[in-house]
Design a binder for this molecule. Structure first.
Ligand code: NDP
Ligand code: OCD
Length: 340
């Protein structure tokens, strides 16, 4: 059985959907309430591969909210993640993806140390961040959507916001090794990590966001921002392809400009309908078929009977592993979401 650990994007979002999902006691409650709420299994999922095999999974809501980080409720945030992992393990889930901020919190707050959660000893090999598949899908979106829009990578400047992160560094490695992209602009806050990445790649310009945006033909957003930033589409190149892989979204602006194309980044479309209700809450356009690539990674590992933490640790996503998960992704019927 596979599992998905996820969370909602804001307190307002959580309050709005709690009622709809049959948890009226969670609606209208403030951050304190969510800080003390236990994890819940809120969906049972069935997915069929293109090979014909059907697998079953569970969605575990951790009850983490990004406001917990913004309000320095760090202890609550870390408890949400380890409790959700213990809940998944207790329910016999063999391989679980740590969606959105779950893996970021796990890594940033070094939760390896908390292996014992009440009577459960966490078995970390039952969990995967899902980031190898996410990085692979974002790269395929860049390659295929740029072709759709007539942007040639060999003439293109690609800005990667969150370049030094787990997904961002994987994307940079792929663009460097597997494409002929002309220029890479590397954006993040920590200068030392940016220099280390630049040295590893042997290329790339370290630059601030404001300076990078007007120069980019393609912008990949993979920064771990609890809240999105506003940008002015008139200050971008035209055409410009934006692939926003953030959860919550890195861009707060709803862009409506004929020459700026915004793609929901790190999203796959499955070839067959999936029997679940969570993706309508996550506001997918086609909720029966579209899902987060990190979630798809745990399904792929279940289809392949690979009960191992395929994606683990930080900044270790290499192109060979991306290619490997990519082959399985295609085999089981997942495709990157492209421009309509
Ligand atoms: P990491 O924590 O590994 O990396 C985050 C990166 O963002 C770092 O480079 C960090 O560098 C940078 N960053 C953070 N804040 C800012 C800021 N304000 N301005 C510029 N850069 C910033 O995160 P992941 O790679 O694991 O995840 C990245 C994003 O992808 C998250 O939003 C996550 O929720 C989302 N995600 C999407 C998935 C999907 O299936 N679509 C799956 C998994 C994750 P620094 O701190 O130096 O600024
Ligand atoms: C990307 O990184 C993936 C993150 C995935 C987040 C998934 C969002 C799924 C939304 C469904 C949540 C339903 C929660 C209902 C809460 C009710 C109280 C227990």
């Amino acid at each position: 059985m596979f599992g998905l650990i996820g969370h909602l994007t804001s307190l307002a979002h959580a309050q709005a959907v709690a009622n709809e999902l049959g948890y009226p006691e969670y609606a209208d409650r403030g951050l304190d309430f969510w800080c003390s709420a236990p994890p819940q299994i809120v969906d049972t999922i069935k997915v069929t591969s293109l090979t014909g095999e059907t697998i079953e999974g569970r969605y575990v809501e951790s009850c983490f909210l990004p406001e917990m980080l913004a309000n320095r409720r760090i202890k609550a945030a870390t408890r949400k993640i380890v409790n959700a992992m213990a809940h998944a393990q207790k329910h016999g889930i063999d391989i679980t993806a740590l969606g959105g901020f779950s893996s970021i919190i796990f890594e940033n707050f070094n939760l390896y140390q908390i292996q014992q959660v009440r009577n459960i000893k966490l078995e970390f090999e039952r969990f995967t961040t899902g980031n190898t598949h996410t990085a692979y899908i974002i790269c395929k979106q860049v390659e295929q959507a740029s072709r759709q829009l007539g942007i040639s990578l060999s003439n293109a400047t690609v800005a990667i916001c969150g370049a030094t992160g787990d997904i961002g560094s994987g994307v940079c490695r792929w663009l460097n090794a597997r494409t002929d992209v002309k220029e890479m602009l590397l954006i993040a806050r920590d200068r030392a990590r940016l220099s280390a990445l630049q040295e590893e790649l042997g290329r790339g310009q370290v630059i601030g966001l404001e300076e990078a945006l007007p120069q980019a033909d393609i912008i990949v957003w993979v920064a771990s921002m609890p809240k999105g930033v506003e940008i002015d589409p008139n200050g971008l190149k035209h055409p410009c392809l934006i692939v926003d892989g953030g959860y919550p979204k890195n861009m707060a602006t709803q862009i409506q400009h004929p020459d700026v194309y915004v793609l929901n980044g790190g999203i796959v479309e499955h070839s067959l309908d999936i029997d679940w209700r969570i993706m309508s809450i996550a506001k997918m356009e086609v909720p029966a078929r579209q899902l987060f690539a990190c979630f798809a990674e745990s399904m792929i590992l279940e289809f392949e009977k690979l009960y191992t933490n395929f994606s683990w640790g930080r900044n270790q996503i290499g192109v060979e592993k991306m290619e490997q998960i990519g082959q399985w992704s295609v085999k089981h019927g997942f495709k990157p979401l492209l421009v309509n």
